[in-house]
Design a protein around this ligand. Structure first.
Ligand SMILES: NC(=O)c1ccc[n+]([C@@H]2O[C@H](COP(=O)([O-])OP(=O)(O)OC[C@H]3O[C@@H](n4cnc5c(N)ncnc54)[C@H](O)[C@@H]3O)[C@@H](O)[C@H]2O)c1
Length: 666
């Protein structure tokens, strides 16, 4: 133990100068905070806990000002000078490889090329933060630099509670974010808890430190679009979306993947985005192919590509509601439609109401929050009505996991609910998981497995891509072929933003086999160390009735036990870093989700962990889906039972006949 080297007061002993805010870096809007005078005192008192007493009189007014101006205390002064970026692992200090690896991941989440609002520690999803403030960032780093293989660091809502003795087969870091007691588990209470500095919104991989830029979602979006085409537009399994029109909105953190995914899938796409800075980012990256300020010219260009069967990703600089209205007026058939505005945080700035530009949205949010709410509701209702009209004309609309339909319901539209009353039976338009991702991928265990080459070397990524491809049999199922093609073309599609990472949908054993292969490559010195992980948005990682578990139909979709078991089970099996969060992509109180990070150092110890943890992480989700009587999950579980007869066994459900129950309950 080297805890005697920890010197926390020294971290804040000398007050640094306020580092400059570079122009052109996106800034978070003021966060909602209705605080009493006592709450404000509490917020400042809480923030001062990190700071030696001698600086309190200087910092208290500064923190109070931040709270007033931003609705949060970020401790901007303690931000590192200049840009943050995930550097090669050997450039970090540390007593164990995991301590260094997690620093790479944390810095990658705050990379100026990657993060949505890097100064406010927001990685993506409007409000998804790595931690609450820069004091926590400094302190987490300090602990990670001292962490040994006999200790575990506990991080609660961004606050590093401390290092505690454990052992080399334990997680090195355990993270929780925003977990609230049921009675208080709502947005209003969360806003207060966030403002007084005791709750962090970790989204999924933001607080879970496994974000890999928009690439992370490109693969899922590509799968979803292709799946929608196959299931709803009659596209055969060998073809792509050539000649089909896809309309959506959002070119932000995750939503920014839509244009790229649409092009890889062959579609002609228009994505509406109100914030020009996000359009520029995606355009500079080459993830959108053209930019238009007018709906008329955007649509004309897309239709031209569509008629030639060419793929395109056109950014329309404007509100999605205006784009849908124009398409409606012109009687244009849209084949596929979705939305990826940040509706999980619609009133916090995630959804820009129709009729105002982005600057006015930011002003109104800060100065007239109640009026802003009304405008959001008005616009959501208009948005929903336009979608209904397109659907009546033959469009397939799906909710893409951003709580859009829930936001419409919250805006007062009862008819968006299947039962016309409340959201217990879901909504009239399917979520993409209900129709596509759930039955076709999650029920088999396919989900967003990912890895990062900690050396920062591109050549390592190329080698791992090739090794992963070698582990997949493209002839087993169409999903395997899609994944094989994905990783074969990944390099050509230039998907990396930030560190050298890759996403690749895989099932339980696919992930384990690839993980073992990579660990062997590390052992043999072919590549540097690797961090494995996944999005929380996965087979077993997330309980979320309107999204990940929306195709669970045994009534257990309101339970949060699978994600919790997954988290605990991964800890028990020794994953390097594990996280459990409230909210994720759908908002506080609406999901519990977890993820992991696993450092491959080439050791036998890691092989042992991989053999137990990788299949469990996925199969806990397949097993639960099987118990919910999902056909593909039942078949996958039966197969798994046969493969591991001496070590694992999943309980298979007995299926009751409909006729029996229909006779009983007429
Ligand atoms: N399905 C999934 O797998 C998945 C994955 C990640 C995120 N999500 C969800 O998708 C949403 C978007 O995530 P993100 O990370 O891109 O968030 P983001 O906030 O970075 O991006 C959303 C974008 O929508 C734009 N926007 C808002 N209102 C608009 C409007 N009316 N018209 C046009 N543009 C508008 C914003 O300017 C912003 O750029 C979130 O709710 C997130 O939880 C879903």
């Amino acid at each position: 133990m080297k805890t005697n080297e920890l010197n926390i007061p020294a971290l804040f002993d000398v007050l640094p100068e306020q580092p400059a805010f570079e122009p052109g870096i996106r800034r978070a809007p003021r966060r909602e905070a209705h605080l009493s005078a006592n709450d404000k005192k509490l917020a400042v008192r809480n923030a001062l806990r990190y700071i030696p007493k001698k600086h309190h009189s200087a910092l208290a007014p500064e923190f109070a000002r931040e709270l007033e101006e931003h609705g949060r205390i970020y401790g901007y002064r303690f931000r590192p000078e200049g840009k943050i970026t995930g550097r090669p692992i050997e450039e970090y200090k540390g007593n164990c490889i995991e301590g260094k690896a997690i620093q790479v991941m944390m810095d990658n989440n705050l990379d100026f090329e990657v993060a949505l609002y890097p100064y406010e520690l927001v990685t993506y999803g409007e409000t998804g933060q790595v931690c609450q403030n820069w004091m926590q960032y400094r302190l987490i780093k300090h602990y990670l630099e001292h962490l040994t293989q006999d200790q575990t660091l506990v991080i609660m809502s961004g606050h590093p509670l401390g290092l505690f003795r454990s052992h080399p087969m334990s997680p090195r870091v355990i993270i929780t974010n925003g977990l609230m007691i049921g009675q208080f588990d709502n947005q209003t209470q969360f806003n207060r808890a966030g403002a007084i500095g005791v709750a962090n919104y970790g989204q999924m991989t933001a607080g879970g430190m496994m974000y890999i830029g928009p690439q992370g979602i490109v693969h899922g979006t590509y799968n979803t679009l292709l799946g929608a085409g196959r299931l709803k537009l009659g596209i055969d399994q060998q073809s792509d979306l050539g000649g089909k029109l896809f309309i959506s909105s959002g070119l932000g953190g995750m939503s920014g993947a839509q244009g790229k995914a649409a092009v890889i899938a062959g579609a002609s796409a228009i994505i509406a985005e109100v914030d020009i800075s996000r359009i520029k980012t995606r355009h500079n990256q080459g993830w959108v192919t053209a930019v238009h300020d007018s709906a008329e010219t955007a649509v004309a260009e897309a239709l031209d590509h569509k008629s030639k069967g060419e793929a395109c990703a056109i950014a329309y600089h404007g509100n999605i509601v205006d784009l849908l209205a124009y398409l409606n007026e012109q009687d244009i058939l849209v084949d596929l439609m979705s939305d990826q505005t940040s509706c999980h945080a619609a009133y916090e700035g995630g959804y820009c109401p129709q009729g105002m530009d982005f600057a006015e949205r930011t002003r109104m949010l800060a100065q007239e929050p109640e009026r802003f709410r009304q405008e959001v509701d008005r616009s959501l209702i208009q948005h929903f009505r336009l979608i209904q009209q397109h659907v009546a004309r033959g469009t397939y609309f799906f909710d893409y996991g951003n709580s859009f339909l829930k936001a419409v319901f919250d805006a007062g539209v009862r008819e968006v609910c299947k039962n016309g009353e409340n959201d217990l039976d879901g909504f009239i338009f399917p979520s993409y998981v209900e129709d596509i991702l759930g039955p076709e991928l999650f029920d088999y265990g396919y989900g967003p497995f990912r890895w990062c080459c900690l050396s920062g070397k591109h050549e390592d990524l190329v080698k791992t891509d090739q090794a992963a491809m070698d582990c997949i049999d493209p002839n087993r199922r169409y999903q395997d072929r899609d994944n094989w093609v994905w990783v074969r073309d990944a390099e050509k599609n230039a998907l990396v933003v930030g560190t050298q990472c890759r996403i690749l949908y895989q099932d339980a054993l696919g992930r384990m086999n690839i993980a073992l292969r990579f660990n062997q490559m590390v052992r043999e010195g072919q590549i540097g160390p690797v961090m494995l992980g996944r999005d929380h948005h996965d087979t077993g990682g997330t309980d979320s009735p309107f999204r990940e578990t929306s195709n669970i139909k045994d009534g257990s979709n309101i339970m949060a036990e699978m994600a919790t078991q997954c988290f605990a089970g991964n800890a028990a099996r020794g994953m390097s870093m594990i996280a459990l969060h409230n909210g994720g992509g759908v908002g506080i109180g609406k999901s519990i989700n977890g993820g992991f990070g696993m450092v491959l150092d080439g050791s036998e110890r890691v092989d042992t962990i991989l053999r137990a943890a990788m299949p469990f992480d996925v199969m806990v989700g397949v097993a639960r889906r099987n118990w919910a009587r999902n056909d593909n999950a039942v078949a996958t579980s039966e197969e798994y039972n046969q493969l591991f007869p001496t070590s694992d066994h999943i309980t298979i459900p007995q299926l009751a006949d409909d006729s029996l129950l229909d006779r009983l309950f007429q």
